[in-house]
Design a binder for this molecule. Sequence first.
Ligand SMILES: NC(=O)c1ccc[n+]([C@@H]2O[C@H](COP(=O)([O-])OP(=O)(O)OC[C@H]3O[C@@H](n4cnc5c(N)ncnc54)[C@H](O)[C@@H]3O)[C@@H](O)[C@H]2O)c1
Length: 320
Amino acid sequence: MDLRNAYDQRSVVVTGAGGFIGSHLVEALVKLGARVRALDHLARDAQVNLAAVIDRIEYVQRSLDQDVPLDDVVGGCDYLFHLAANASVPLSSERPGMDFEINVGGTYRVMEAFRRAGAGRLIFPSTASVYGEPLRDPMDETHPLRPMSPYAGSKLAAEFLLDAYARCYGFDHRRARLFSTFGPRQRKYVMFDLIEKLRRDPRRLEILGTGLQLRTYSYVADTVQALLHIGAHPDARGEVFNIGGEEPISIRELAELIVETLGIAPPEMVFTGQSWPGDVQRLIGDWSKLRALGYEPRIGLREGLRRLAAWHRGEFSPPW
Ligand SMILES: NC(=O)c1ccc[n+]([C@@H]2O[C@H](COP(=O)([O-])OP(=O)(O)OC[C@H]3O[C@@H](n4cnc5c(N)ncnc54)[C@H](O)[C@@H]3O)[C@@H](O)[C@H]2O)c1
């Protein structure tokens, strides 16, 4: 797929642009020659993640939880990647109202502006947690939908709303269900937590849960390429695609791989036994539908971990 041809000189809006995936997506779009309008509710000055490209994009500080029309942001765009969300499962189970307001209400407000704009493509990253505990492994896009957290429920509600809008108003939308994505600038979740704990104490590593939870991980640059493929491909209209990683790996194996990547002596590993409400034990994705569009991950888990460790060292000056 010729992504330059698809995005060069096109007008692209990215919501949640200052976040982990959003900032990598914006950088990739700038490299492809796109004219990017980046929306986030954080102040321009707080945009550390966008520092490398902030002078080459139009930055709009706007919150999706205000009832303010977004027509001036969305109008005239060729592509709209709607990433802004509360993206934390633990936070969602503590404060479900926030997910309802931002993930559902914010998506509604984006769609209303998009509908009024009358053209373009809307790409929405949903989550693999809409599937809930697997009834079969790996899970493809036809797996039953049984969300187990307010976060997963809110993303699924937004998916369905989007689908209904597309049918009712005939607009071009594409959905992706992301399995865990990791990489530089992700300052939360399992990879960050494990490296951060090891930075503070390389001799002892406490791990939430049993260590047996299975996941597939996609490096952020691969996830971004996948989203760009889905946005650009003529056959992706109205479809939903899993964005998975390679082989499934348990949290214990992941911790061992991180230790190996950091080049430190194996620490004592302590498992808490219990994780958080809404946590899913196995999330293994089948992404052959996406592969059929011509997408292949380039970086993968091991090289991705090396890049993540290098970024973490640069940001936080560890003792090793
Ligand atoms: N990281 C993953 O593994 C993963 C997995 C599944 C789905 N996703 C989805 O991908 C998207 C990006 O996730 P991420 O990991 O980069 O999260 P993130 O938290 O780093 O980024 C989300 C961004 O949205 C912005 N935002 C939040 N509320 C807003 C509001 N009311 N108005 C404007 N901006 C607001 C935040 O400031 C932040 O910059 C989300 O939609 C998330 O649900 C991520």
